[in-house]
Write a protein that binds this ligand. Structure first.
Ligand code: NAP
Ligand code: GFB
Length: 321
């Protein structure tokens, strides 16, 4: 029997994986396989910054495979404010999970980086060979370095112990069960929440920055399938970018207009240009992924956003706001 432990399994990305496991036909490429047991762990089960709690979690479930998502996560403004916390918390979590996976003989670990770990000054498009070719954008200096060390550790574990540890590099993710905290969230959940409040209370709908930066966004329910693919079908230490194509890059203003449409908001919005824009763009290539998978059908952005907004409005009282 395979026991797959998803650390950070109760968050946005973890819920995307759980959705695939629960809705895809059993035995299909992205569905649950016979004899598999999936565990979606939250921080209430174990604070993975603590090695003893990490070891107890692994003793409890005895995972044969790990999808390692647990992390201190946040949007641009939160990352700018807490660089040391993002560095230390994530380094502790990552070291504990990889070290305990090694000690307990986990067969395979897929950990999670992010396209924001890339150097800010590097030849585009971003691909899997460019992670360490320069300093990350200062806005997420702490988080980015902690995440880069996962790739370094994976190579060191492989070299010294032959461990099958690899990593995924998702682009910006959105979907149901996101974190909608107005100050700490990523841009889509933050703006969905702000637009919801503007519509409900008639408060101004303020968008941070100039609206000019460009981003690629992947739907959490698509990303969930890609993590399952990487766990089952990819056994190389080098990371894989899990993203929609470079041609899907859209501006923050276009995202805002799409949110206004999905929310059926009739009011106006304005830009607060005293707030940072962060990295202007981070165009990531998904060529390696598509070549390895033989293609993948991404959910159209507007459809994914519509589903995400509907989920938020229907679950406002229980959402992480
Ligand atoms: P999320 O919704 O905030 O979920 C984070 C998960 O990690 C939650 O289950 C949380 O548990 C858990 N966690 C946080 N601190 C922990 C700790 N000290 N010990 C144990 N568990 C802890 O974030 P997400 O967006 O799903 O992120 C999942 C992974 O995707 C992260 O590695 C992140 O870096 C990566 N990623 C995210 C994006 C994005 O745009 N969201 C983009 C690229 C990569 P609780 O809920 O109990 O706190
Ligand atoms: O998702 P986000 O916060 O992070 O997007 P990054 C930031 C972009 O959205 C900037 C604009 O251009 C902001 O000016 N924006 C506009 C807003 N209004 C808002 C708002 O209310 N909240 C937020 N958050 N942004 C993140 C990294 O970078 O990328 C994370 O900081 C993570 O660590 C994520 O890796 C994938 O895309 O700039």
């Amino acid at each position: 029997m395979s026991v797959i432990l998803v650390t950070g399994g109760t968050g946005l990305v973890g819920k995307g994986i759980q959705y695939a496991i629960e809705t895809e036909p059993e035995g299909s490429r992205f569905g649950k396989q016979p004899g598999e047991k999936w565990i979606f762990a939250s921080s209430s089960e174990a604070d993975l910054r603590d090695l003893e709690q990490t070891k107890k979690l692994f003793e409890k479930y005895k995972p044969t495979h790990v999808i390692h998502l647990a992390a201190l996560v946040g949007g641009l403004f939160k990352n700018m404010k807490y660089k040391m916390t993002f560095l230390r918390d994530n380094m502790l979590i990552n070291d504990n999970v990889l070290h305990t996976s090694h000690l307990t003989g986990v067969k395979k670990v897929v950990s999670c980086l992010s396209t924001c770990v890339y150097p800010d000054k590097v030849e585009y498009p971003l691909d899997e060979t460019k992670i360490h070719l320069g300093l990350p954008h200062d806005s997420n200096f702490g988080y980015a370095h902690a995440k880069r060390m996962v790739d370094v550790a994976n190579h060191a574990y492989k070299d010294q112990y032959g461990s099958n540890f690899t990593s995924a590099i998702p682009t910006n993710v959105f979907g149901p069960y996101d974190n909608y905290d107005l100050e700490g969230a990523h841009v889509i959940p933050a703006l969905v929440h702000r637009c919801y409040l503007a519509k409900k209370n008639g408060t101004p709908f303020i968008v941070g920055g100039t609206g000019k930066p460009l981003r690629q966004f992947i739907y959490s329910r698509d990303l969930g399938k890609l993590f399952i693919w990487q766990l089952r079908e990819y056994d190389d230490v080098e990371p894989v970018i899990l993203s929609v194509g470079e041609d899907e890059e859209i501006s923050i203003k276009e995202v805002t207009d799409a949110i206004v449409k999905a929310m059926d908001f009739k009011g106006e919005y304005s830009f607060d240009t005293t707030r940072a824009d962060g990295q202007f763009r981070k165009p990531a290539s998904n060529k390696k992924l598509l070549n390895l998978m033989g293609g993948f059908e991404f959910t159209p952005f507007d459809k994914a956003l519509d589903e995400s907004v509907k989920w938020f409005v229907q679950n406002y009282d229980s959402a992480r706001t």
